[in-house]
Design a protein around this ligand. Structure first.
Ligand code: IZC
Ligand code: ZN
Length: 409
């Protein structure tokens, strides 16, 4: 049993489904509150006033501070070899992201480093990042493959995630992103690589139960809309639900495709056109927006307000990866979402908890502080939600609880 008492403000979204429109910001706020979780780490009660006294229970005193659900980072490329610090100077000189990739750098530079790393090395490096993420309040994290681009290395990346899941507190959800770039050995043979993915790698990933989702980088010079559709449909055939990197740099139809395929999520969406937003709304697709990537790549910020108004549920994630966003701090992404997307703190809270959980198929169990949900929660060094958004650039999380157990403070 765990009792969290003296909560100054308990702020949480509600329900088991992604929220959109006015519902995105319609959270529940309890003042002077408490929360009780059982021995299985499930929330059994929240309320206001004096916390119940239960013999044998562990008691956490929130000392009048803010308590929220644990943060869910719904878009990361956690497992990779090397870094790309050398690309910072190119970026500062104005060399575009896609130009670095076309010249054999960018993603392909990380592919070379990842192919050279063992499963244990990849897991160790990912584990270090996860420990930092946990201390910053991330209790659940999606991880994409996509730095192998061959059967063996893609499987190795996914196995590293499997190894980390359960051996440290952050719960992980795997996405297969073999369609992240065209590997050099398939230069001039796009069809051959798409066929390798659809006929060999996807079936093997599904057979070994190494991923729940299939993703494609649908972008100029990477995979076009038709190739993305072919790959995502192959994933669906093998039980992998669809995600898509859509409209990050150019709008080439990714967000429209997401809605048509009823993809669980479309991610990035910096350049998403109105037709793509309408398609996502119709398809029940969650928009996973990545403001720290816009910041780092010096790109426009996605039209979050237009998406919310069109009824698309918005989630916010870090995009942690060695190239376009070497930042794993979801608190910073939350601040940027507030200042640059002009999302209200309540809307951002929903975006990094309930809607993020929905984007990785966990909204039935995670993302809110309600009876029946898992007790993943944070005590903040802030009296209320507004204050936590007003202070930025430092870690404001002081205590992290995962499944009813204190895992960081
Ligand atoms: O390594 O550059 N956009 N994939 C699509 C990325 C960014 C990650 C990378
Ligand atoms: Zn990404």
């Amino acid at each position: 049993m765990l009792i969290v008492k003296n909560i100054g403000q308990l702020a949480t979204a509600e329900g088991q489904r992604a929220r959109s429109g006015d519902g995105q910001g319609a959270i529940r706020v309890l003042k002077d509150a408490y929360l009780v979780a059982d021995d299985r780490g499930q929330i059994v009660q929240t309320g206001t006033g004096r916390a119940p006294e239960l013999p044998g229970a562990e008691v956490l005193d929130a000392e009048g501070c803010l308590v929220t659900p644990g943060l869910v980072d719904a878009h990361t490329h956690l497992i990779f070899g090397g870094w790309r610090a050398h690309e910072l100077m190119l970026k500062l000189q104005g060399v575009p992201y896609l130009e670095i990739l076309a010249a054999g750098g960018g993603i392909l530079s990380t592919v070379r480093a990842t192919r050279a790393a063992s499963e244990a090395e990849l897991a160790e490096k990912g584990g270090k990042a996860l420990a930092k993420m946990l201390s910053l309040g991330t209790t659940t994290c999606e991880c994409k493959s996509g730095y192998g681009l061959d059967l063996e290395t893609e499987l190795r990346q996914l196995r590293a995630v499997k190894r980390l899941n359960g051996s440290q507190p952050v719960e992980l959800v795997s996405t297969f992103l073999g369609a992240h770039a065209l590997p050099p050995e398939y230069a001039g043979n796009r069809e051959g690589y798409v066929k390798l993915l659809t006929d060999t790698v996807i079936p093997q990933v599904a057979k070994e139960g190494l991923a729940e989702y299939c993703d494609v980088f649908c972008e100029t010079g990477v995979f076009d809309r038709e190739e993305a559709e072919q790959i995502l449909r192959a994933g669906q055939k093998y039980g992998l639900r669809s995600k898509i990197h859509a409209d990050e740099i150019d709008a080439i139809g990714g967000s429209q495709l997401a809605g048509e395929l009823r993809a669980v999520s479309a991610e990035h969406l910096i350049a998403a056109p109105d037709a793509g937003i309408a398609s996502m709304a119709a398809g029940g697709t969650v928009a996973v927006l990545l403001p720290a990537t816009s910041f780092y790549l010096e790109k426009p910020f996605a039209r979050a307000r237009a998406m919310i108004e069109a009824g698309v549920p918005v989630a916010v994630a870090t995009d942690f990866n060695p190239g376009s966003c070497p930042c794993l701090n979801l608190q910073l992404a939350m601040s940027l979402a507030c200042y640059k997307y002009r999302m209200k703190p309540e809307e951002v809270l929903t975006a990094v908890t309930l809607n993020a959980a929905a984007a990785i198929g966990r909204a039935d169990r995670l993302g809110t502080l309600e009876p029946g949900k898992q007790a993943d929660l944070l005590i903040w060094d802030a009296p209320d939600l507004e204050h936590s958004f007003y202070r930025f650039g430092e870690n404001q999380v002081k205590t992290v609880v995962k499944k009813g157990a204190v895992v960081g403070r």
